[in-house]
Design a protein around this ligand. Structure first.
Ligand SMILES: [Zn+2]
Length: 154
């Protein structure tokens, strides 16, 4: 192979259709988003840590949690990134439009960070500590994409 030859490696077409169950807590979380635009978290009965999205067992105490509490819908950016590198989105199979923002948001009343897209129309306002609110999809289907993104509100 000469210095001017290039090797192109292509993985080819692949289909991996599958579904998975989100469980009782995940179902309640997605139903509340879809039907009421509400963020339902779960609170540990021992240490009072509030998890969003809700999970069955507290990671610190190893006790089951079943007390749902509403958090948000506003929150604060804990950290974020702005993606500028084009890539093939594994969810759609087409190139994802860039740039876009993605971050970890501490919803008001929650102790964990919630990951989602962040609106970067005005990048100068996207900062750690910025206040955000969710923008919901017009037609909600019971997936995390019922939230289109979070936008800066201050
Ligand atoms: Zn706990």
């Amino acid at each position: 192979m000469s210095d001017t030859e290039h090797v192109i490696i292509e993985s080819g077409a692949a289909r991996q259709p599958f579904n998975y169950a989100v469980g009782l807590h995940g179902s309640r979380f997605l139903q509340e988003l879809r039907d009421h635009r509400r963020f339902m978290a779960v609170k540990c009965p021992r240490c009072a840590k509030v998890y969003i999205p809700p999970r069955r067992v507290c990671g610190a105490c190893f006790v089951e949690m079943d007390e749902f509490v509403e958090v948000g819908p506003q929150g604060t950016i804990g950290t974020f990134t702005i993606l500028r590198y084009a890539f093939i989105d594994p969810e759609t199979g087409v190139q994802k439009p860039v740039p876009y923002g993605y971050g970890f948001i501490r919803l008001d009343g929650a102790d964990t960070l919630f990951q989602h897209y962040i609106d970067i129309q005005d990048e100068s306002r996207v900062k750690i500590g910025a206040r955000v609110e969710p923008v919901f999809a017009d037609e909600r289907k019971g997936t995390v994409k019922d939230i289109r993104c979070f936008r800066i509100i201050d």
